[in-house]
Design a binder for this molecule. Structure first.
Ligand code: FAD
Length: 326
């Protein structure tokens, strides 16, 4: 019997989020001939975004376009997602979302309403006979577990940057608009969205992250990190030490109580490497540490270490990268 896979797709400023394309790739890996794929897109004035999404979906693109869905509001997004799922002919085998702020909010609400299981923060998916095995980190990344959904159906959130994105050339999805009736009365009224950080590259999806710690010493000190990140097309992150000291916004914090990142390259500058920081970055493919203390614990997890003053080392690296990528 054919199965249905659903991906709830996120977009930001009209652009599809990379992690949603990675979730589509995961669905493509799992589906077999005859299985259905539906991408659900929630938002407002989504024509271009839906057209772009259709290029990645070998199946249907359900678009719930409504002014109330312009910005994420948990109650409305949940209701819109439920209405989209209700419009499907079959109960989905798997609903995939990104392990983002939105995915982490929406997935448990859906799991509770649908009375199904949920597996969070998945970094790898393997077909296991007729079943599916999901790998997820435990104990702040110190161990991994392989787990399954007890009856094989449920909801999964995927950590960004662990799977390749769906190939845009491989599909021509059918766009299906869906009427949305917002619930009334709403218990949350969204007044305004205030964006504190307007990073050029999204931190959780960046391929290269340049992170600063207390060793950066001031908000001004972060400028050298921004220049390095710009030269590499990366994003700037921070330790809690740097955030607590007021050198940067908490939106940049990486770690146990901050964001989790899995970039190709993580450059830690003036960060000691506390366990709570490692929880947010230790799965990075290549870790480069710059620290003037040769005994700093960050060097234990680093693939490459530079013992030195970051204010001397970082500008030299920026200079070199600018020449290479000019
Ligand atoms: P420090 O530990 O002070 O390290 C600064 C480093 O900079 C030192 O190694 C020093 O040698 C180096 N340095 C100084 N000057 C220079 C220079 N000029 N050039 C090169 N190197 C230099 N932390 C997080 O990061 N993320 C979290 O999510 C998080 N959550 C936490 C949750 C809990 C419940 C608790 C208790 C703590 C949490 N922490 C978190 C805090 C964590 O324990 C550390 O205190 C914090 O990570 C330290 O930040 P740091 O490495 O920037 O500062």
């Amino acid at each position: 019997m054919s199965k249905t896979y659903v991906v709830i797709v996120e977009s930001k400023d009209g652009k599809l989020r990379q992690v949603s394309l990675e979730a589509l790739h995961a669905a493509n890996l799992l589906r077999e001939d005859g299985d259905n794929l539906t991408a659900v897109l929630l938002g407002h004035q989504m024509d271009d975004t839906a057209a772009e999404l259709a290029r990645h979906v070998n199946g249907q693109v359900l678009v719930v376009d409504h002014p109330e869905l312009q910005a994420y509001q948990p109650e409305l997004a949940f209701e819109a997602a439920m209405q989209a799922l209700a419009a499907l002919p079959d109960e989905p085998r798997l609903i995939l979302l990104g392990h983002t702020a939105i995915g982490r909010d929406l997935a448990p609400q859906l799991a509770a309403r649908l009375a199904c299981g949920q597996i969070s923060d998945v970094t790898a998916i393997t077909k296991d006979g007729d079943g599916i095995s999901f790998t997820r980190p435990l104990y702040a990344g110190k161990a991994f577990e392989q787990t399954r959904l007890s009856d094989g159906t449920g909801i999964v959130t995927l950590r960004p940057n662990n799977l390749p994105p769906a190939d845009p050339a491989s599909a021509a999805g059918t766009i299906v608009p869906l009427e949305f009736t917002p619930p009334t009365p709403l218990s949350i009224i969204l007044k305004d969205v205030v964006r504190k950080v307007s990073g050029k590259v999204d931190l959780t999806e960046a391929k290269i992250v340049v992170s600063g710690g207390r060793g950066v010493k001031s908000a001004d000190g972060f400028k050298v990190l921004e220049e390095l990140a710009d030269s590499l097309g990366g994003a700037v992150g921070a330790s809690r030490g740097a955030c607590d000291a007021g050198y940067c916004d908490y939106a940049l914090q990486i770690g146990q109580t901050g964001k989790v990142v899995t970039p190709e390259i993580y450059i830690a500058c003036g960060i000691s490497g506390a366990i709570q920081h490692l929880a947010g970055m230790s799965q990075s493919r290549i870790i480069i540490a710059i620290n003037k203390d040769p005994e700093a614990p960050i060097f234990k997890v680093a693939d490459y270490g530079i013992v030195g003053d970051l204010f001397e080392v970082v500008p030299l690296l920026t200079e070199q990268f600018k020449q290479v990528f000019a």
